[in-house]
Write a protein that binds this ligand. Structure first.
Ligand code: BMA
Length: 317
């Protein structure tokens, strides 16, 4: 075995992990995982968690904390509940939200997986307070998931990263819209690798893209299928600031993956699945919130400068 001590450690797990589980929930919940995250205007952290019930269907529920680690105030009832009558695409639940604050609108955009009879697609809702939501419905039809908006327009258009399912692999695409309703300009921006690579079979956006002076930083999950099941790990890549569609650097190895018992044991073991982050006041400290084994919510801390430095040493075009 190659000792991991020889690899750079880019994320440190929080000692309180897992920071949220179903046992913390104020109403019956089977599992709580894959939260979207954002910093609210008052400096507190909001996690929009995926909560799965015993039917197997998911909804979203907000948890708020002053320090982003503990003292969570969890909504006493589901925050965003599937609405299959008004929105048939939500028939079998809503999952894996990503949150982007859109400056121009002064609103948070929540992109989530809507599990329809036709398969999982990407749905969008806007909110200012995470209490009332303005649904835009399904913006990318099945099979598609792992989507997030960029916080601002790129060349005059809103931009959405997402992950349509194409035979034989699942890759990351970008699409553009003038109004968040009509989408076009679809383009493949990062394919899964093949063969024995750690991200050989599937890749998908993790949290929303992070804007840095060197480019848009993409943290993505890579999936490798094995005889024992799938391994979900995290990788990094950098996209050019101007178009957000040219991959400038892609890291060769994964930078975070399932190692602890709460990441390896659960409903779906060997899964680390981040959907959200917050930044520290210094603009560098990165709080990465991730689902562990499709069972609980965990936190790992890193630094944008350290990830960019690592990409410079371990990334290729
Ligand atoms: C993906 C998504 C995630 C889930 C992961 C591992 O396809 O469905 O919600 O965490 O699989 O089961």
């Amino acid at each position: 075995m190659i000792p991991s001590v020889h690899y750079d450690v880019l994320f440190e797990r929080h000692p309180n992990n897992p920071i949220l589980t179903a046992a913390d929930w104020p109403y019956p919940a089977h599992s709580v995982f894959n939260p979207g995250a954002t910093r609210l205007a008052d400096g507190s952290t909001l996690l929009l968690c995926r909560v799965e019930d015993r039917r197997g269907h998911s909804h979203l529920c907000a948890a708020r904390s002053d320090n982003g680690v503990d003292g969570w105030r969890i909504d006493p009832e589901p925050t965003l509940w599937p609405d299959p009558e008004g929105h048939p695409e939500e028939l079998w639940g809503i999952e894996d939200p990503r949150i982007t604050f859109i400056d121009e609108l002064g609103k948070y955009a929540v992109t989530y997986t809507a599990f329809s009879r036709g398969g999982p697609g990407v749905a969008l809702a806007l909110t200012t307070d995470f209490r009332r939501f303005e649904r835009y419905g399904m913006v990318m039809q099945p099979d598609d998931k792992d989507a997030a908006l960029l916080p601002r327009r790129v060349n005059g258009r809103f931009a959405l990263l997402h992950r349509p399912w194409t035979d034989p692999s699942a890759d990351i695409w970008i699409s553009f819209s003038p109004d968040l309703r009509n989408w076009g300009g679809h383009r493949l921006v990062m394919p899964a690798r093949r063969g024995s690579w750690w991200d050989a079979n599937r890749v998908g956006l993790g949290p929303p893209l992070i804007e840095t002076s060197r480019g848009w930083l993409l943290l993505y999950h890579g999936v490798r299928r094995t005889a024992a099941g799938c391994l979900y790990r995290l990788g990094a890549a950098l996209f050019d600031l101007e178009t957000a569609q040219e991959c400038v650097l892609r890291g060769d190895s994964w930078i975070f993956g399932p190692e602890t018992s709460y990441e390896r044991e659960g409903d779906v073991g060997y899964v680390t699945f981040p959907c959200g982050y917050t930044l520290d006041a210094d603009g560098d400290g990165l709080n990465l919130y991730y689902g562990a084994a499709d069972t609980s919510v965990a936190l790992a801390r890193g630094s944008i400068a350290a990830i960019l430095g690592w990409l410079g040493r371990h990334g290729g075009a």
